[in-house]
Design a protein around this ligand. Structure first.
Ligand SMILES: *Cc1c(COP(=O)(O)O)cnc(C)c1O
Length: 351
C-alpha cells in the first residue's frame, strides 16, 4: 500500500455527523457541514449528506465546484467571498457569507445576469476580529442589501474563536439574537438563518438555558475530529480518530542524539538546539513538512518526534523495534489534517 497515506474512516465521520445533527437539532439548531479541512472531498461530502446534513459549506470555490461536479446533492454555501470570484459564486453556490457591500452588489449583478436568486448571510463582527460588519453599521447595510435584485437577504451570522480566540459565551450569542430580533422588527422580515458560529459553540450550547434566535451552526472540526475547539476537549460519544496518517520508516540506525560540528541554521532558517540523550535509535520517516504540519501529529506508538525537514520526520524510536519498511501511525490535529488533505503527495484511502 502507498505511503505516506491518510486513512479516512467514513463510518466514524457519518457517526459524528449524525450525533451532532441530533444533539443540536434537539434545541432547534440546524447543522451546516463545513468541508474545507477535507478540501471538499466528494466521498466525505457524500457521507455528510447521507447522514442528514442538507447544506455543505466551504471557504474555497474550487472545493464547491469539485463537489458540484461530483453530483453531491446538497445546498452549497461559500464561507469566504471576494469581488473577483462573484460570477463563479453565483453560478455554483446557493448561499454565501458576506461582509462587504461592493461584493454583494457584484453578486447581485451576476445573479440578475444568470437569472437566479443568490442568498446572502451578513456576518456580524462580535469581537474575534476576522470577518464581519460592525454592529453599528449593520442596519445601514441591510437597508441597501434588501433593495438589490437577484439577492435574498437570508440571515445574519457570526464567527468567533478563529482569529482572536474569543469564546462564544451567552453574552455574545444573546447579543446576536437581539440583533436578529431588531432587524426582523425594523425591516418586517423573518431571517431564515441566524448562524451562531462553529465548533467552538459546543460549550455554549450545552450550558445555555436558551438558544434564543440561533437556528444554525456551521461545523467542521467537531464532525471530523470529534472535539470542541475552545480547549479541544473530546465531545462525549464522538470518534476523535476518524483520520490516521501512516508513514513509512526509510532509515533506522543507532546514532548520537547531538549533531556533530559547528551549529548554523537548519533548512528553515532556525538555529536548532538539541538535548543530549546519548546514543539512540533514530528512524527517518518518508513524510515531511511539505506534506503535513508535523507539530500537529501525535504518534500512536511510544516514540518521540525530534524534528522534521521538507521530506523527513526524524524520530527517537525508543524501545520500539521499528525497521525499514515498517509503518508508523499518527493522530492528526486540525492543522495537520488540513495540510495532509491538501498535500498531493499524501494518498487518501477510505475505509
Ligand atoms: C471554518 C469555518 C467554520 C467551521 O469551523 P470549525 O471550527 O471547523 O467548526 C465556520 N464558519 C466559518 C466562517 C468558517 O470559516
Amino acid at each position: 500500500m502507498k505511503t505516506p497515506r491518510i486513512e479516512i474512516n467514513l463510518g466514524k465521520i457519518a457517526h459524528n455527523a449524525k450525533k451532532l445533527k441530533e444533539l443540536y437539532g434537539s434545541k432547534g439548531i440546524n447543522v451546516i457541514g463545513v468541508t474545507k479541512v477535507v478540501c471538499g472531498d466528494p466521498a466525505i461530502a457524500e457521507v455528510l449528506v447521507k447522514s442528514g446534513i442538507n447544506i455543505l459549506a466551504d471557504s474555497r470555490i474550487e472545493n464547491i465546484i469539485k463537489m458540484h461536479d461530483d453530483d453531491i446533492h446538497a445546498k452549497s454555501l461559500l464561507l469566504r467571498t471576494s469581488l473577483s470570484q462573484s460570477e463563479l459564486v453565483v453560478k455554483y453556490t446557493n448561499i454565501s457569507l458576506n461582509s462587504e457591500l461592493s461584493v454583494i452588489k457584484e453578486l447581485s449583478k451576476y445573479a440578475e445576469e444568470q437569472g437566479v436568486i443568490h442568498e446572502i448571510i451578513l456576518m456580524v463582527e462580535l469581537g474575534d476580529l476576522r470577518e464581519g460588519i460592525m454592529p453599528s453599521d449593520l442596519e445601514n447595510i441591510v437597508n441597501k442589501v434588501i433593495g438589490l435584485k437577484g439577492i435574498k437577504f437570508a440571515g445574519i451570522g457570526t464567527n468567533l474563536a478563529c482569529f482572536g480566540g474569543i469564546k462564544p459565551n451567552d453574552e455574545k450569542i444573546e447579543y446576536l439574537s437581539s440583533i436578529a430580533k431588531d432587524i426582523e422588527k425594523k425591516f418586517g422580515l423573518t431571517l431564515e438563518f441566524v448562524s451562531g458560529g462553529n465548533s467552538a459553540n459546543y460549550d455554549w450550547f450545552i450550558s445555555t438555558k436558551n438558544v434564543g434566535k440561533i437556528n444554525n451552526l456551521r461545523l467542521g472540526e467537531s464532525i471530523f475530529l470529534g472535539c470542541e475547539t475552545l480547549e479541544r476537549k473530546p465531545i462525549p460519544g464522538l470518534y476523535t480518530d476518524a483520520f490516521t496518517l501512516i508513514a513509512e520508516v526509510i532509515e533506522s540506525k543507532i546514532k548520537p542524539s547531538l549533531p556533530n560540528g559547528d551549529v548554523y541554521q537548519d533548512a528553515f532558517g532556525n538555529t536548532p538546539k538539541f538535548i543530549d540523550r546519548g546514543l539512540i535509535k533514530r528512524i527517518l520517516l518518508g513524510v515531511g513538512l511539505q506534506d503535513v504540519l508535523v507539530s500537529g501529529l501525535t504518534p500512536l506508538l511510544d516514540i518521540d518526534i525530534l524534528g522534521a525537514s521538507s521530506d523527513h520526520i526524524i524520530v527517537d524510536a525508543k524501545q520500539t523495534d521499528l525497521k525499514v519498511g515498517n509503518t508508523v501511525e499518527f493522530n492528526l490535529n486540525y492543522g495537520a489534517l488540513l495540510s495532509a488533505m491538501t498535500s498531493p503527495y499524501i494518498n487518501k484511502k477510505y475505509k
